[in-house]
Design a protein around this ligand. Sequence first.
Ligand SMILES: [Zn+2]
Length: 206
Amino acid sequence: MVSTAVIAPEQLHIVLDAGHGGLDNGACVNCVSEAVINLQIVKVLAQELQNRGCAVSLTRVDSESLNSPYANNKKVADMAKRREKIRELNPDLVISIHQNTFPSSSVSGLQCFYANETAGSQDYATAIQNQFNQSELPFNKKPKPTDFNLVEHSPCPAVLIECGFLTNPNECQLLQSPTYQQILAYHIATAVIKEHSRQNAVAITN
Ligand SMILES: [Zn+2]
């Protein structure tokens, strides 16, 4: 018999990772810094998930990176700290937020990537991508596997969301808008909670 029990989101602990920070701006297009937008979206998404009952932790909470200022290779040290934090927090899911660029300014749209080696990652990435592809937004991309050094050996699923392209002038403006950031957060949270329930319903059946 298939159980229809809905798993309460309170049982879902998510780590949100705002990509880049500190001296690392990530992509930078016409003085718009990816690191700044990543953190803005992470904060809106954190609030949306908490409003729905999820427990949320952040890898970085301000504009600074996580490495010591004395680290030789700041990027490597920053990523190591993020991984350490994720291991300590031991969440159910990691979502890393980034912004994309492309040589052609006509390319746009949100795309999900997933850690290939971690079970459940592809399901979360597909759920989030489908949620957007079926939404009012003009997205039609497929989730892809990625080399994901943020979650090396992570026991939990992990997805990386490239929310849009800073090199597309229209999307770049949208990505900086609080209204659009809220729309992104709404769809990500909806997909994550639905997928979490689905995976747990399957687990109860088996
Ligand atoms: Zn990035």
